[in-house]
Design a binder for this molecule. Sequence first.
Ligand code: ATP
Ligand code: MG
Length: 328
Amino acid sequence: MTLRNLLSMDLKFLLVGGKGGVGKTSVASALAISLAEEGKKVLLISTDPAHSISDSFALDFSSGDITKVEGIDGELFVLEINPDAAGEEMSKSLGMASLQSDQLTNLLGGQGLSELQGLGEDLKEIPPPGMDEALSFAKILEYSQNDDYDTIVLDTAPTGHTLRLLNLPEFLDSFIGRMLKMKAFISNAMGLVKSLFGGKRDKDTTIEKLEAMKEKIMFSRDLLMDPLKTQFVIVMIPTLMSVFESERLSSELKDHLISNKFSVINMLNPDNPGCKHCSQRRQEQLKNVEYINSVFSKQDIKVIETFENEIRGIDMLRSFASGLLNEE
Ligand SMILES: Nc1ncnc2c1ncn2[C@@H]1O[C@H](COP(=O)(O)OP(=O)(O)OP(=O)(O)O)[C@@H](O)[C@H]1O
Ligand SMILES: [Mg+2]
């Protein structure tokens, strides 16, 4: 199995992650171009506020809208999500903005209803911390629900962020579950108050929206856990620091049942016999490559050297992709 096999799998999600600065965006962009040029309709997404896909393509995708990439022999679209804006948009569409925390806490205070005990804690902050990120992930999951795109390539931010991202389906699921309980209680209470004073009970669609979202999250979680539909590619560089972090990432992926059959070791120093320093460095890196191969023995690991120039623009990304897909 090589990265070329990865391209011929019928993947819905291709996630690319690893330590900061190792080449995640370059690998994600290069593989997205290859997939598109082999006939797949691809959406390349980043949630990194630094907008690195624009830098990698040397194009501007910072509008926050899905943009078709010109100059590709196929269909490639890019979306650079701004987590804050996406979170706000989703909370608005769910009607969460209408939930005022102090209003809710007052309503719940002293109610003594057993199923609501402990929920007051959740209400101190609405939306809770991490919600923007969670909702922008929910937005990404939404693209996997329909057939608009064959494959979604996700360029993840450095490891810590990725681990949080993997916890998001659970987080959203339990948060939405709690919201549903509360919303039902609150809207009943509000409706009761209104009807006592002769007002009409409005139909509130938030509960249905939350329920629909919960269902979507469960569906996407199944997709994320299906090794034929989702693969996570870990990108590392041939240093021990990067290897240790990748081991941690790999074990987290196992815990979350996300398949990781392919990894990339990027930026190996090219062979340069004329330079003693470079040769020493390369020898050390090759030892690390050997170590990585022994640790990740069940994986296909592609080693790729440092190019003479930065990987920037479609042509460079294409050369980088052919290096990655080269089966030597
Ligand atoms: N094999 C390579 N040869 C030469 N330059 C490379 C190679 N791989 C990546 N680069 C360059 O290294 C820099 C970092 O790469 P990239 O942005 O893809 O990393 P990243 O892991 O996405 O970083 P971040 O953690 O900041 O998101 C970029 O300037 C990129 O062009
Ligand atoms: Mg990046």
